[in-house]
Design a protein around this ligand. Structure first.
Ligand SMILES: [Zn+2]
Length: 264
């Protein structure tokens, strides 16, 4: 009944929408994307809207820059989003519990002005993944910014079975060992046999899981307490999978697959 009332006036209905969003706060965004209402600003966006480009691979292979997150919304409708624990709570008993939002403060004449930063990951659990950092004065816009940035930075990864102990041709691990770096943090992802699971730091595990990797061993160096750098390093390692030049016979023999296998 309340809903009906809010739908009458133009301004009132807006209030209803924001209330609805506030109620959803904390959970995942379920709002459907409206393709007709979207007005693309870049030529790439226009091509996507007019269905001249109907495949994300075309964009990624040609290294076009995605400047509008709606492009990814259209081309990859079934993405899952997750937030990483990059902050910690304050308060009694030591505080320090891991939180999604990273709180920072600026001293001003009026007092302390807090800001919230958060880290989002998106992926289809089948070879595509993106990460993004968003910062704002409030939590909800920070989360939205982060998801938007994550969608714009989406990449395709290589998967395969590079383990000597396994030798199957399933896509459960990385095809070869790779290293990534950010700041002082270095991370090395090593192919592991089936059933190993993700032997990495927890937040990196989330990133790899959403990318579609199931088994991996890892080694880290440097200040891995700096969570944000660790996640960037892990993403860098995934990026470097694509930078290796592979010969066609090798990809066929080892069963390496680029991007998704088409279950999508
Ligand atoms: Zn295997």
């Amino acid at each position: 009944m309340v809903k009906k009332e809010t739908e009458i006036g133009g301004k009132k209905s807006l209030g209803g929408a924001s209330k609805e969003r506030a109620r959803m706060g904390g959970g995942r965004r379920v709002r459907e994307f409206d393709k007709e209402a979207w007005k693309p600003k870049t030529s790439l966006g226009m091509k996507v809207k007019s269905e001249e480009i109907n495949n994300i691979d075309h964009i990624l292979d040609n290294r076009f820059k995605i400047l509008e997150h709606e492009i990814v919304d259209i081309l990859m409708p079934n993405l899952t989003t997750d937030l990483l624990l990059v902050g910690q709570s304050k308060g009694k008993f030591g505080g320090g519990q891991r939180r999604v939002f990273r709180q920072t403060q600026k001293k001003t004449q009026e007092g302390n002005k807090p800001k919230f930063g958060t880290f989002a990951i998106v992926g289809n659990e089948d070879g595509y993944v993106g990460i993004g950092y968003g910062k704002s004065k409030e939590t909800v816009p920070a989360r939205e910014k982060a998801t938007r940035n994550a969608k714009q930075s989406i990449i395709k990864i290589l998967r395969g079975c590079g383990s000597w102990q396994c030798g199957c041709k399933n896509l459960h691990s990385v095809p070869f060992a790779v290293e990534g770096k950010c700041g002082s943090v270095k991370i090395k992802l090593i192919p592991a046999p089936r059933g190993t699971g993700l032997c990495v730091e927890e937040e990196c595990g989330k990133l790899l899981r959403i990318a579609g990797i199931k088994d991996v061993w890892s080694q880290t160096f440097g200040q891995t307490k700096t969570k944000i750098n660790l996640i960037y390093a892990c993403f860098d390692a995934l990026k470097r999978l694509m930078e290796v030049k592979l010969q066609k016979e090798n990809t066929e023999n080892l069963g390496i697959v680029e991007g998704s296998v088409g279950v999508q």
